[in-house]
Write a protein that binds this ligand. Sequence first.
Ligand code: AHG
Ligand code: MN
Ligand code: MN
Ligand code: MN
Length: 337
Amino acid sequence: TQAAGISTDIVTLTRFLTEEQVKVREATGDFTLLCHALQFSFKAISHYIRRATLVNLTGLAGQSNATGDDVKKLDVIGNDLFIAAMKSSGKCALLVSEEEEEIIYFKTPQGSARYAVACDPIDGSSNLDAGVSVGTIFGIHRLAEGSQGTKEDILKPGTELVAAGFTMYGASAQLVLTMKGGGVNGFTLDNSFGEFILTHPDMRIPKSRAIYSVNEGNSLYWEEHTKEYFNSLKFPQGGSGKPYSARYIGSMVADAYRTLLYGGIFAYPADKKSPKGKLRILYECAPMAMVFENAGGQAVDSKMARMLEVVPEHIHDRAGIFLGSYDEVEKVKSFYK
Ligand code: AHG
Ligand code: MN
Ligand code: MN
Ligand code: MN
């Protein structure tokens, strides 16, 4: 119902999850509980990011993490908030975080925690002090039958993910969620309600769009194929003749969110400086790939293998990545043939 343009039938994330749970016959409600904990961590992280400049939360924490990044104060807080949320849900058996060298195993009564979670608590943290959009990325796996939670439960390809998504902390907090075999749904945090509201149901990425997003400062290190591909976007031969627009924020979450909405291509290719790529498979590449595929797009690594089929050997393993509109990724592939 609607009066004076006011919707009174609001789909909150809580309502959405409850309705989804009803659709799955053998659902126990565990996944819903895990998601409630997840959304609380997003609200809390969003709160501290927005207050950071006022309460001395800008700047470095003074250490580096497992993949060699300088850790920011907010990386630590985001990580602690995420861990606390997963622990208190009682449904998470183990957690991989960008900011934790090793897997964290949670003590839970036997059989009560059936999920393994991977997260990038704050993605794009080099942008934090400038107030530029950052995000949290997550991927959720189910434990193997009878498992109490081992590293094999998380060192799995993205095809096994039961759910994945991210929250971008931009002008508003935007949560994007996808589940196995389902579509992609976007929610906006309404600060006055304290609820994520379904604002972008069934998101579909445009089939093509002339926008590219890549750190061009790395082009000195790029392989020939990569150079040729990006040159073809900037200096089109014959045909349409119009070059692509460049957009690069430097937060994967923000660049990917824009790409999901507007279409185009986002890339962080492997290069001579980072032969394995920069972005990490478990908590950056695979969750994003699941979102993009379920929205009708594609994601591949630098060898043009389907990103969701890449199996990490170690929890912090990296890959090159190209993701975006279906036709734009087809174009990438044609250059690497
Ligand atoms: P994080 O802040 O979680 O360490 O991730 C940084 C990533 C990603 O957000 C972004 O796409 C990329 O690093 C930017 O890297 P460059 O600064 O090398 O362009
Ligand atoms: Mn980092
Ligand atoms: Mn990141
Ligand atoms: Mn991070």
